[in-house]
Design a protein around this ligand. Sequence first.
Ligand code: GRF
Length: 225
Amino acid sequence: MTNPMGKKIGVLLSGRGSNFEALADSVAAGRIPDAEISMVISNREDAAGLLRAAERRIPARVIPSKGVEREAYDRLVVAALNEARVDLVCLAGFMRLLSPYFVAAFRRRILNIHPSLLPAFPGLEAQRQALDYGVKFSGCTVHFVDETLDAGPIVVQAIVPVKSGDTEETLAARILTEEHRIYTEAVRLVLSGKFRIEDRRVLPPAEANQEEHLNVPLTGRAKSR
Ligand code: GRF
């Protein structure tokens, strides 16, 4: 699109697509420099995110997953991502586990966003899990994807307070605001290449001024009570 030499992002989604929209807005506004979203893929044809992609004239495809075995499905998706020359895959509400085949095809080039402070509350209904557990703070996490659910190296996290009157919906909305902010921060950092991974810690490059990297405010506008 705008910059044929830039990095290409592929977004996988299954539903609403607000994180995809946040990334698309950040690319358009230059907050993620030298990048474009070159492909959106949904496993569901009724995903609202597909409409959002069409509005933005971003190429989008439905690859239906129903009844397709996991690795066979992932081979189709990986082929589509490669065809679109994708450098970085961003999962944005993609409701499927990736097979080892997929993870190996894009090793350290797949990010996911999860609505809790991992490793707390992995899996489905993370906001419900946080409320039921009674935590006073929750948040969101952008992490690299590996073979284990919601468990790869953490790139960026943000904290939000859990308020006494919260419902799943109010907590989810507060977290979502932070999701949109930190997904951009994480994608910008990863595409810049200015990081290294030691064991499972995402760190500034060895030679870098430590102050300049991973310097993402933890809480944004969120205030504790
Ligand atoms: C977000 O809460 C994200 O953290 C989780 O699924 C939800 C997707 O929302 N993985 P959206 O489709 O990006 O609006």
